[in-house]
Design a protein around this ligand. Structure first.
Ligand code: ADP
Ligand code: ZN
Ligand code: ZN
Length: 759
C-alpha cells in the first residue's frame, strides 16, 4: 500500500468537509504535512493542504486518485495543526482557517500568483581581480598580443603576468564590481552583451540569483541603536524568570508556567525586556514572534527590533506589496530570518522551533480578527506557544483582567527615567458651554508659551455627532443602518460610520421645510477648528489624526513623523493618538468626553475607559521635561474607571474589575459566544435566533436573547449571547446549532454567524 495523504481542500464551500484521501505515487514521496497539492476533485482541480499522512484508507483502491502537482512552498506542519484548532475553536471551517497560514499569494487558485524573483547578478572572478591588479601595475607592453580577446580563452591564470586587454569601459565595469561587490546586472553600467563577453573571458561570473524584495520602513525615531542598555533592577527581575523559562529543559515546566504578563507603566522599559528575552531565545537556538496591534502605530517597536537584530528580523503585514510579503515570508520559512514582527496575522509566521511569542500592548482590541474565522490572536498565540513549548510574553501598561487572572505576572512599577506619572485632573463638564473646558484652554496656552507639545483625544471623527431639525426634531439617519449620520464639514457631507453611506449636507429639513438645523456633539474635525481658534498662533500648528486623514497607505506613519519633527504643536485625533508612540516633548494630554466609551453597553466599557486615560497619561511627560499633565473632561465625574485612572491605580482597578466580573459571570469567569442572525425582515432574523437558542445545549451555558440589534447595511439583526463556563462544550454546541439551523427553511431566510469571545 503506497502512503496516503489526507487533504483539506481550500474551498469556501462550507458544505465540502474534508479531509479527503489521495494516493501518493513514489515521485511524491517527499510530500509532508503542510505540503500544498493540486488534486483532482469532482471533475476539476482543487488546491489542498496535506493535513495528515496515513498508511491505510477506507477509500477503495480503484477510487483513490493521485495528486496532480505539488506547489512550493508548503507551510510548516505546526501551522496545519494550529489552523485546525482555530476552525474548531471559532466555529469556522478547516479550509477558512488554513487560508490564514498559506504563503502570501496562495489561495484557492491552483497556480501561485507570486514567485521568488530572480535577477542576473555580476560578480568579479579571481581572474577579473588579477586582471585589474595587472592593469594597475602597468598597461600591456606595446605590440603584445592581447590574450584571446574575441573568443575568450578566459584563463588569466595561464597568462601569468600579462594583463588581458581591457577597453576603458570594461575596466570601469570590473573596477565597479571590485569596490561594490556583486551587483545586479542592471546596476553595473554595462549592457548584457558586454557583461556576457567579460563572463566568457572568465573575468566575471554572471548568475541568476534569488532576490528578496525588502520593505523599507518609516521609523519614528528609533532613538537608541544597537547596544542594549544596563537593565534597571525591576527589568532585571522581570527578565530573570523569562530567561529561566526559555532555558528550562523540555518537560520541566508545564505550559501555564511558561505564560507571562509583563505589567508595567508606559516608559517602564517593557520593550527593552522584550528585546533581551528575544536575544535569549535566539541564543537558545529558537525563533521569536513579536505581535504588535497595528504596524502603522508601532514603527518604534519595529525599528528597535531591527536596530538590535538587523536582518534576522522579518516584518509581515498587509501594507507590504505582495512580492515583498512573499519574500519576507520566504526568509522566515527558510530560516534566513528568525524573528517575525507584525500584527495579529504574524502569529502564523512560518517559523519553526518558536521559543518566544511576544504580544505587545496586549489590551488592544485589534488582536481580534473581525472576519471568518473570528480568531483572537492572543489566544492563538497562547495555543501556539503551548504546542511548540514556547514562552508566551504578553505586555501592557493596562492589561486585560483576563490576562492578570491567567498569566504569571511580572511587575514594573517605575518608569526607566525615574519620573513619576503625570498628575491627572478630572474636569467636570456638566455645566460646560464649550467643548474645551477653561482649564484645558489655559493649559494649552501654557504649552504654547513653553514651546512644547500636547495630545488631544476625541472619541469621534467628523464635525458633529448628529444633525437635527430645530423645528420638527427630525434626526438625519442612515437609510441602511439605524444610526445617526455624522457631519463631515470639509467633505460637505453627512456620512454613516458603519456602512460608509454618504450624502450632501442638507440645506433644510425635507419634512417641515425649516432651514434651521442643529449640530450636536463634537468630533475631531470640529475640535481641530476650535483648537486653531483658541490657540490663534500659526507657530503652534494643529495636526489631526483620524480615519479621515489617514485613509491612504502610510498616512498614519507620515502624520506621526510630522508631529514628531515639529518643534511644537498639538496632535488631535481619535484613540489612535493614545497608542504606542513615544514623543519626548509632549507635556500635556487631554481626553475630551471621557465617558463616551462608558456609554457603550459592553462589559468591557470600564476596562476601555481606564485604559484610554492611562495610556494617554503614559504619553505625557516622557522626555527631559518631567512636567507632564493630563486633563480628563467628563460628565461622569464619579465613575470608578475614571477615578482609578486619575489615581494611576492599575492594581486597584484590576482587582475591582475582576471582582465585578466574577459576580456577573463575565470573562475570565465565563466565555461569551455571540450569534448574530440577519435578514431583510426582523421576524426572520428573530426566528433564526430563536431556533439556535432552542438547540444550544451545553452544561453551564446560559442563553441570553434573542434581542434586536440596530439595523446594519439594510439588514435587520437579532442577537443571542451565550455565557458558558465550559467553553469547549458550549462552542461545539453553538457551532452545531448554527449549522443545523442554517440548513432549515428558517435558516435559509437569514444569515447566521457565531463569534467566540466577541469584542
Ligand atoms: P515601554 O515599552 O515600557 O513603554 P521602553 O522599553 O520603550 O518602555 O522604554 C522607555 C525608554 O527608556 C526607551 O527610550 C528605552 O530605550 C529606554 N530604556 C529602557 N530600558 C532602559 C535601561 N535599562 N536603561 C536606559 N534606558 C532604557
Ligand atoms: Zn423639520
Ligand atoms: Zn449606514
Amino acid at each position: 500500500m503506497p502512503p496516503i495523504a489526507r487533504i483539506e481542500p481550500l474551498t469556501t464551500a462550507r458544505a465540502l468537509r474534508g479531509p479527503f484521501d489521495y494516493r501518493l505515487p513514489p515521485e511524491l514521496a517527499g510530500v509532508e504535512v503542510g505540503s500544498l497539492l493540486v488534486v483532482p476533485f469532482g471533475g476539476r482541480d482543487l488546491l489542498g493542504v496535506v493535513a495528515e499522512l496515513a498508511d491505510t484508507t477506507d477509500v477503495p483502491e480503484e477510487k483513490l486518485a493521485e495528486p496532480r502537482a505539488v506547489l512550493e512552498p508548503g507551510v510548516p506542519a505546526e501551522l496545519v495543526g494550529l489552523a485546525r484548532w482555530i476552525a474548531d475553536e471559532y466555529c469556522s471551517t478547516p479550509a477558512r482557517a488554513l487560508g490564514l497560514v498559506l504563503p502570501p499569494g496562495a489561495g484557492r487558485s491552483t497556480r501561485p500568483r507570486v514567485r521568488t524573483r530572480h535577477v542576473l547578478v555580476a560578480e568579479l572572478s579571481a581572474s577579473g581581480r588579477l586582471a585589474l591588479a595587472l592593469a594597475a601595475d602597468g598597461a600591456p607592453l606595446p605590440g603584445e598580443p592581447a590574450p584571446g580577446a574575441s573568443n575568450g580563452d578566459g584563463s588569466a591564470a595561464g597568462t601569468a603576468a600579462r594583463a588581458p586587454r581591457l577597453t576603458p569601459k570594461q575596466h570601469t565595469v570590473l573596477s565597479t564590481l571590485a569596490t561594490a561587490g556583486p551587483l545586479p546586472a542592471a546596476q553595473t553600467g554595462a549592457d548584457h552583451g558586454s557583461l556576457r563577453r567579460l563572463a566568457e573571458r572568465g573575468l566575471l561570473v554572471l548568475e541568476r540569483r534569488e532576490q528578496r524584495r525588502r520593505p523599507v520602513h518609516a521609523t519614528v525615531g528609533a532613538r537608541n541603536g544597537g547596544a542594549p542598555p544596563r537593565l534597571t533592577a525591576e527589568q532585571e527581575a522581570a527578565l530573570e524568570p523569562l530567561v529561566a523559562a526559555l532555558e528550562a529543559p523540555d518537560g520541566t515546566l508545564n505550559p501555564a508556567e511558561r505564560r507571562f504578563l509583563l505589567h508595567g507603566v508606559t516608559g517602564s522599559g517593557k520593550t527593552e525586556v522584550y528585546l533581551q528575552a528575544a536575544a535569549a531565545a535566539l541564543a537558545a537556538g529558537r525563533s521569536v514572534i513579536v505581535l504588535v496591534p497595528e504596524i502603522a502605530l508601532a514603527p518604534q517597536t519595529v525599528g528597535r527590533f531591527q536596530a538590535r537584530f538587523g536582518d534576522t528580523v522579518a516584518v509581515l503585514h498587509s501594507q507590504l506589496g505582495q512580492g515583498e510579503r512573499y519574500d519576507e515570508w520566504m526568509r522566515l520559512r527558510r530560516g534566513e530570518a528568525r524573528i517575525c514582527v507584525g500584527p495579529r496575522s504574524a502569529v502564523f509566521a512560518p517559523l519553526t522551533d518558536v521559543g518566544l511569542i511576544i504580544v505587545d500592548e496586549e489590551h488592544e482590541p485589534a488582536y481580534k480578527h473581525e472576519g471568518d474565522p473570528r480568531y483572537d490572536a492572543r489566544r492563538v498565540a497562547a495555543r501556539r506557544a503551548h504546542d511548540e513549548g514556547a514562552v508566551l510574553l504578553s505586555g501592557s501598561a493596562t492589561p486585560r483582567p483576563e490576562s492578570v487572572h491567567a498569566l504569571r505576572r511580572l511587575r514594573i512599577t517605575r518608569r526607566v527615567d525615574g519620573r513619576p506619572l503625570p498628575p491627572v485632573e478630572i474636569l467636570d463638564m456638566r455645566d460646560a458651554r464649550h467643548p474645551l473646558h477653561p482649564v484645558t484652554r489655559e493649559a494649552l496656552a501654557d504649552v504654547r508659551r513653553a514651546g512644547r507639545k500636547a495630545i488631544v483625544l476625541v472619541n469621534r471623527r467628523g464635525w458633529s455627532n448628529f444633525l437635527s431639525c430645530r423645528s420638527c426634531g427630525k434626526v438625519w439617519q442612515c437609510p441602511q443602518c439605524d444610526v445617526a449620520l455624522v457631519l463631515h464639514r470639509s467633505q460637505r457631507a453627512v456620512s454613516c460610520h458603519h456602512c460608509g453611506h454618504s450624502e450632501r449636507v442638507p440645506s433644510g429639513c425635507p419634512d417641515c421645510g425649516s432651514v434651521s438645523l442643529a449640530r450636536h456633539g463634537s468630533g475631531t474635525e470640529r475640535i481641530e477648528q476650535e483648537l486653531i481658534e483658541a490657540i490663534g498662533d500659526p507657530g503652534f500648528p494643529v495636526f489631526r489624526l483620524d480615519a479621515d486623514t489617514t485613509a491612504t497607505k502610510g498616512a498614519i506613519a507620515r502624520a506621526l513623523v510630522r508631529f514628531d519633527a515639529a518643534p511644537a504643536g498639538v496632535l488631535v485625533g481619535t484613540q489612535i493618538v493614545a497608542k504606542g508612540h513615544d514623543f519626548p516633548d509632549v507635556t500635556l494630554g487631554v481626553v475630551l468626553d471621557a465617558d463616551q466609551t462608558l456609554r457603550f453597553p459592553d462589559f468591557r466599557a470600564d476596562e476601555r475607559t481606564f485604559s484610554l486615560i492611562a495610556q494617554l497619561a503614559g504619553r505625557a511627560g516622557r522626555g527631559e521635561h518631567g512636567d507632564g499633565r493630563v486633563l480628563v473632561q467628563t460628565l461622569a465625574v464619579e465613575e470608578r474607571a475614571i477615578l482609578a485612572a486619575a489615581a494611576h491605580d492599575s492594581d486597584g482597578f484590576l482587582a475591582g474589575e475582576l471582582a465585578r466580573r466574577e459576580l456577573l459571570r463575565y470573562p475570565p469567569f465565563a466565555s461569551l459566544i455571540r450569534v448574530v442572525c440577519s435578514a431583510e425582515q426582523l421576524a426572520d432574523a428573530h426566528a433564526a435566533a430563536e431556533a439556535v437558542a432552542r438547540l444550544v445545549d451545553a452544561p453551564g451555558a446560559q442563553v441570553l436573547g434573542p434581542a434586536p440589534l440596530f439595523r446594519l447595511r439594510g439588514r435587520e439583526r437579532s442577537q443571542l449571547v451565550i455565557k458558558a463556563t465550559q467553553r469547549r462544550a458550549a462552542v461545539q454546541s453553538v457551532a452545531a446549532a448554527v449549522d443545523a439551523v442554517a440548513r432549515t427553511p428558517i435558516g435559509r431566510r437569514a444569515s447566521l454567524s457565531a463569534d467566540v469571545d466577541p469584542q
